[in-house]
Design a protein around this ligand. Structure first.
Ligand code: G6P
Length: 590
């Protein structure tokens, strides 16, 4: 969701550096943006805000400065307008602020501030915070005013504040992530480490309730409750700058789809040490609960089938937003396996907090090293998919599934078997990506692009595959797609199938084949246009996409087909696959 980027250093083009930083955060999703900078000579703050995408916008009209920050806003309180965009100014124009999160008790504080004469121009909760700081600054030093204001704010928030008289950012967080980047004669601040890679790999992720005073050559961290100095250690990001760039691909999504075979091979070769440790924790525990949101939730569902099928192990599963209603089962012996690409999804963090209150053990599978979920977990596994910038998750999903396959096989001490099927899955995925299959998928996208609805069926492991396929198609092509357990067709959805309705059927070489084919036949009998994704052709298919068998790991090449279909549908329909409307990459609010 909202993005934050800040720079303080020697260079004179701070606003430009910030704008570039914000562009690298575009994938998080936003509807307006803004930059504020301070000119050192006269201590004046200049602000530029706009509605819409940054695109080719330039910032040349702002005077030279070496101290600036900016924000991409995803509207929550108040419409998408320039006034509501951040940074916000106080009445004097000397304090400016950007904010991520939701200031829950802003209304009462706003009334009080208006009574005291503050002029609040926007409809946002965020602007109230800058006036609150201004008010407190009348009696307290600036840093203390920020601290006191933050402590009065209810909810999960991250604030970055500048006082034009002082050469430092004051940043404080609870909930929303903030990462400090350490450069040479410069320091940076970002809501997401990807944006820092071009400048530095040395970072520190602010912990819950920590407050930082960031100067050009000095960073000090305090506990925002006790004011005590925190001795912190920086860490090195293990991603390269190039990994986070598009390279020769027209979109991040396509690049990330093509990276999958190599990522899966890497997990097959090096994933088992952590898989074996995870398996041991699951064995030692009593009851395992998988939790994830969006695409990660379908990886969890796939995990529940994999654990059952391979390891004969029952695991529970809930989406992050529902987890809180089913955690009465948790005890100190429970193991919660939390899956998240970003490690910042609010519903996951909340689930984990609640599970920790019950003293359950937290095992996480996350892609972003140092993210909030990573830091909150007792045992952390890294997905190893490299930076994922397209809003729609692709390689993180297949990465999660690959690790779950290894864990399931490790539970029965057969990790070599898991490794072998992953190698096959990587090979079969590559086959789809480099040969005629891509052309077949492009052709299919052309054929079905004008349809309003489409249906996807599967059984067993192909059920989460169907749900994820439908999600990918909805997310980026905006065609209504429904994923179903094939057995449910007769209980309602069949009423919607008519002549020409596209029906994608996953028919891998497993125990589901016959029953799923029956589902495909039911749809065919009602005029459905049957798209078979299978290891062998069948006469009922109107369109056939071959996918080689890789045992339980066939879910991986099957999903590669779905990702490509969703991508080419978006291209045919002239949608931007990397930045789907109304969606954000990191959902950091509830
Ligand atoms: C958002 C993204 C999805 C992602 C979900 C969970 O909705 O658009 O692609 O699957 O969040 O994100 P996480 O980072 O927790 O995996």
């Amino acid at each position: 969701m909202c993005g934050i980027f800040g720079y303080i250093g020697n260079k004179e083009n701070a606003a430009e550096i910030v704008l570039e930083g914000l562009k690298r955060l575009e994938y998080r999703g936003y509807d307006s943006w803004g930059v504020a900078e301070v000119t050192e000579k006269n201590h004046l703050i200049s602000v530029k805000k706009r509605v819409g995408k940054i695109g080719e916008a330039n910032i040349d009209d702002l005077p030279a400065s070496s101290f600036a920050f900016g924000h991409t806003r995803w509207a929550t309180h108040g419409g998408v307008t320039e006034v509501n965009a951040h940074p916000h100014l106080d009445c004097s124009g000397k304090i400016t602020l950007i904010h991520n999160g939701i200031f829950e008790n802003y209304e009462e504080i706003k009334k009080e501030l208006i009574r005291k004469g503050h002029k609040i121009l926007s409809e946002t909760d965020s602007e109230v915070a800058v006036h609150l700081i201004e008010e407190l600054n009348k009696k307290h030093l600036f840093n203390e005013a920020v601290r006191l204001a933050f402590n009065k704010m209810e909810g999960l928030n991250a604030l970055v504040v500048i006082n034009s008289e002082e050469n430092s950012f004051v940043a404080v967080r609870s909930g929303s992530p903030l990462c400090i980047g350490f450069g040479k004669d410069a320091n940076y601040l970002a809501s997401d480490p990807i944006a820092l890679l071009i400048h530095t790999k040395e970072v520190y992720f602010l912990e819950e309730g920590e407050m930082a005073v960031i100067e050009k050559r000095k960073v000090q961290i305090f506990d925002s409750k006790t004011k005590k100095i925190v001795n912190f250690k920086t860490q090195k990001l293990n991603w390269t700058f190039e990994q986070g760039e598009k390279g020769k691909f027209p979109h991040f999504m396509l690049k990330e789809i093509y990276e999958q075979p190599d990522i899966i091979l890497e997990i097959a070769s090096n994933g088992f040490i952590q898989a074996e440790k995870a398996a041991q924790i699951i064995k030692d525990g009593y009851g395992t609960y998988l939790v994830g949101c969006g695409t990660a939730s379908y990886a969890c569902l796939a995990g529940s089938y994999l654990f059952s099928k391979i390891a004969k192990k029952h695991v529970n599963f809930a989406v992050g937003s529902e987890f809180g209603y089913s955690l009465d089962f948790l005890t100190k012996d429970s193991v919660v396996l939390a899956l998240s690409q970003s490690g910042e999804t609010m519903d996951i963090l909340e689930s984990v907090k609640k599970a920790k209150e019950k003293k359950a053990k937290i095992l996480s599978l996350v892609n972003v090293l140092g993210s909030s979920l990573y830091r909150m977990s007792d045992f952390k596994m890294i997905i190893g998919a490299g930076p994922e910038r397209s809003v729609a998750s692709t390689k993180a999903f297949t990465g999660m599934v690959s690790h779950l396959i290894l864990i399931a096989y490790s539970l029965i001490d057969e990790s070599e078997k898991g490794r072998q099927i992953l190698i096959k899955a990587a090979k079969n995925s590559k086959q789809i990506l480099v040969s005629k299959e891509v052309e077949m998928i492009k052709e299919l996208a052309k054929k079905i692009k004008s349809k309003k609805h489409l249906y996807v069926i599967g059984r067993g492991l192909s059920y989460p595959t169907s749900l994820e396929t439908a999600l990918k198609i909805k997310e980026i092509s905006y065609i209504h797609a429904e994923g179903l357990a094939a057995g449910e067709l007769k209980h309602g959805p069949l009423a919607l199938i008519e002549k020409g309705t596209p029906c994608i059927c996953f028919l891998p070489n497993d125990e589901t084949y016959g029953a799923n084919l029956a589902g495909a036949m039911e749809m065919k009998a009602r005029g459905g246009f049957i798209i078979g994704v299978s290891f062998k052709p069948h006469e009922i298919f109107d369109y056939y996409i071959p996918v080689g068998d890789a045992g339980e790991a066939t879910i991986i090449p099957n999903i590669v087909v779905s990702q490509l279909l969703a991508y080419y549908l978006a291209i045919e329909l002239k949608r931007d696959p990397d930045k789907p409307r109304n969606l954000a990459k990191s959902v950091t609010v509830k």
